[in-house]
Design a protein around this ligand. Structure first.
Ligand SMILES: Nc1ncnc2c1ncn2[C@@H]1O[C@H](COP(=O)(O)OP(=O)(O)OP(=O)(O)O)[C@@H](O)[C@H]1O
Length: 704
């Protein structure tokens, strides 16, 4: 038989099995719908039964309906490549591996879930350690049709007569395929070093580090799917949260987990970690650095001890014909006294009212006919006194407090010597424009939320509505998040922090609050870090993650994204901030070197348009134009006539975690000078492309 017909014959064998699997999936769907209907009938019946029976029937119904829905959800997930692997073992057994475990009517395995222990050999077997696997086969499908297969012969000496081996390697085939606008799952081609991190135990902290394109994000997401499968009760209960750098990133990764049948994981960007916030805007690096530093914690604490902006400066009240008065100095003293009790301000209004009444008594004491208890009771019931308390000690939202800091005097009062005049000016003007919270502000809002404290129930609903409206008005974003728990509670059982190297200390505090009892997967690459004070961030990180005993580290060393030619150029820009062992190896060579074109400033617009159009016509997949932030709007205008959904224009910060088939990088030198951690931002930008990279620069010395 010719090579091609062997391949066709093998594809036909796999197609026959895949057909059986899909027929079985259809039967399971019918069975699950049937189960759901029975559950509903049970509930109907329960209404007519005695109370004690009712309760147990309702419980049974809930279990049945939930189970049926879960089965239907996973059956309905995108099933491209439902069966993607096959193992043939030394004793002649065959096992199929897929996204779901599926048994036939006799409970015999048709497909083993990729996360099951039995499937581990599919990822872990190597020629040196074949784990009894003779042949590993990756099956590639489109819809329900098998289109190709790729084999690895791991134990040639055990190969039985007639066993065909075809294909050039599933991994390479997958890496050279054009990218779409969403990340794909990698279940079929997970590599051994990645699999070890995916299957690590859930407890404590699992740290995954590695250079660009080593699959850190992909591994973290597959780990979530694995943990949910292995320990759904623990993980599913209070939920899993995945935190990424930007909404562009969470949208980019949003299809990976649903494609594996997991649609209850919350994805939030750093600007959305606080419920209701949807911040996307970035501060200039100098401002972001101040807002992210731990100094802000002390400053915000002190801000709350100061007089709120519209608080009256005098209390004047008539009692039994006498005018009782508290002036600004006395009011300030009462305020200090209430704060010194240490309760959060939004829980201290009653204390404030009592302290004011005592201060008023001190005014009245000694005057004829005055009695302490009578005065306190009478004034405490007076509407004019209540009106005063409400404005003097308002129940505040975090957003109100932050907005009040547009006044530099207010920041200065709280900052003491911890901020310079210049820093105070920068902060105040960042809050003065009314353009809404930036990503860095969200961590401050969360800090303020905690410092302000939970108000009484009566105020809570009003405040929650006000806070949500303020945050919405501040930072509206187009598409709705994929999944959110209906109730606000901020404790998760597992948290994944992606691009962790960039979290500021204040952001670590915010994230840490969500996982007091959580286990963690922390993903990052120190060389891509954009946070300027790594020591402060490291200590905030260890407080956030808590004193956990289990810390396991995995380092990924192979760059699956960039061609070797592209990564060679990228590696040059970080020689000063990294050691060679921190840089991964790019495994794929395309023979196409990156193009570096020097253009005059005056010709930049025309060059951007020309290069973008050219590259769009030459590649099949996505194209990213990456620019310095200061040029973002301008470049978007330059390209406004290009109508192609494969094109995105982003700045260096937004480019974090994303990838494109081709990248046009504009003015790399400016990318370095405008960011606090210059070369690292450029390194990120240079490592986004899988196939083609064109650099446009007006700096003749680049790359230097
Ligand atoms: N085992 C694999 N099989 C197929 N593709 C893979 C594999 N591992 C990684 N990839 C692909 O390599 C690319 C990079 O992966 P990913 O974005 O997870 O890397 P990363 O380490 O998070 O990168 P960065 O830090 O630069 O953002 C993705 O397209 C991913 O699908």
């Amino acid at each position: 038989m010719s090579h091609i017909s062997v391949r066709q014959a093998e594809i036909a064998v796999e197609q026959a099995h895949v057909d059986v699997v899909y027929a079985r999936v259809e039967d399971m769907r019918v069975e699950a719908r049937d189960m759901r209907r029975k559950g509903d009938q049970l509930a109907h019946g329960a209404r007519n039964e005695a109370i004690f029976e009712q309760a147990s029937m309702l419980f049974e119904r809930d279990v049945m309906v939930r189970h049926a829905n879960q089965i239907l959800r996973s059956l309905d997930a995108e099933h491209e490549g439902l069966v993607f692997g096959r193992l043939d073992t030394g004793d002649g057994e065959t096992m199929y591996v897929g996204r779901l475990g599926i048994r036939d009517g006799n409970f015999d395995n048709l497909v083993t879930d990729w996360r099951a222990p039995a499937a581990a050999a599919f990822y872990q077997a190597t020629a040196e350690r074949p784990m009894d696997v003779v042949r590993r086969r990756v099956i590639r499908s489109t819809g329900q049709s098998v289109v190709d297969i790729d084999d690895d012969l791991l134990a040639p000496e055990k190969r039985p007569e007639g066993m065909a081996v075809v294909g050039e390697g599933a991994l390479m085939a997958s890496l050279t395929r054009a990218r779409g606008d969403r990340m794909r799952d990698i279940v079929a081609t997970i590599q051994k070093e990645q699999d070890e991190a995916i299957r690590a135990p859930w407890r404590g902290i699992t740290e995954i580090t590695g250079g660009p394109g080593t699959g850190k994000t992909a591994v973290a997401l597959h780990r979530v799917a694995y943990l949910l499968y292995r320990d759904r009760r623990r993980m599913g209960g209070s939920g899993v949260l995945v935190i990424g750098p930007s909404p562009a990133f969470t949208s980019y990764i949003s299809r990976v987990l649903p494609a594996m049948g997991e649609d209850t994981v919350e994805l939030r960007s750093l600007g959305e970690v606080l419920d209701g916030a949807l911040a996307v805007g970035a501060d200039p690096p100098e401002v972001a650095r101040i807002k992210g530093s731990l100094r802000m914690r002390r400053i915000l604490k002190r801000v709350l001890r100061e007089e709120p902006p519209d608080a009256p400066r005098e209390l004047r009240i008539t009692y039994r014909g006498e005018v009782l008065k508290l002036d600004a100095r006395e009011l300030a003293k009462v305020r200090r006294q209430v704060h010194s009790a240490g309760r959060p301000p939004n829980q201290s209004r009653v204390d404030a009212a009592e302290a004011l009444l005592e201060a008023l008594w001190r005014q009245a004491d000694g005057r004829p006919g005055m009695d302490h208890d009578e005065l306190v009771t009478a004034l405490g019931e007076r509407i004019d006194f209540h009106r005063f308390v409400v404005v003097w000690w308002p129940i505040r939202t975090a957003a109100e407090v932050l907005a009040s800091l547009a006044d530099p005097a207010r920041i200065a009062g709280a900052a003491g010597r911890s901020l310079s005049d210049r820093e105070i000016g920068l902060l105040a003007s960042s809050w003065a424009g009314g353009q809404g919270p930036t990503v860095a502000d969200v961590a401050l809002l969360d800090e303020l939320r905690v410092l302000l404290g939970q108000p009484s129930k009566r105020h809570r609903r009003r405040l929650a509505a006000a806070a949500a409206a303020e945050l919405r008005a501040w930072g509206e974003r187009g598409d709705a998040p994929a999944y959110r728990r209906t109730e606000h509670y901020d404790e998760y059982s597992h948290i994944v922090v992606d691009e962790a190297q960039d979290l500021s200390p204040m952001q670590w505090r915010m994230v840490g609050r969500r996982g007091k009892y959580a286990s963690w997967t922390v993903v990052g690459d120190p060389v891509q870090s954009s946070w300027p004070d790594p020591d402060e961030a490291a200590s905030a990180r260890s407080s956030a993650l808590g004193p956990r005993t289990a810390l396991r580290r995995f380092t990924l060393n192979t760059n699956y994204r960039n061609s070797a030619e592209i990564f060679e150029l990228a590696a040059q820009v970080v020689t000063d901030v990294s050691t060679p062992d921190q840089l991964p190896k790019a495994v794929r060579s395309t023979g196409v070197k990156p193009a570096v074109r020097t253009v005059a400033q005056s010709e930049l617009a025309a060059a951007v348009l020309h290069e973008t159009r050219t590259i769009l016509s030459e590649v099949d997949g996505t194209v990213g134009v990456i620019t310095p932030t200061s040029r973002l709007a301008g470049v978007r205008t330059m390209l406004s006539d290009v109508d192609d959904s494969r094109l995105s224009v982003v700045d260096g910060v937004e480019a974090k975690g994303l990838e494109y088939d081709a990248v046009v990088l504009i003015e790399p030198t400016e990318l370095v000078s405008e960011a606090t951690t210059g070369p690292r931002t450029l390194y990120v930008a240079l490592t986004r492309a899988t196939q083609r990279l064109t650099v446009l620069t007006s700096d003749p010395s680049w790359p230097s």
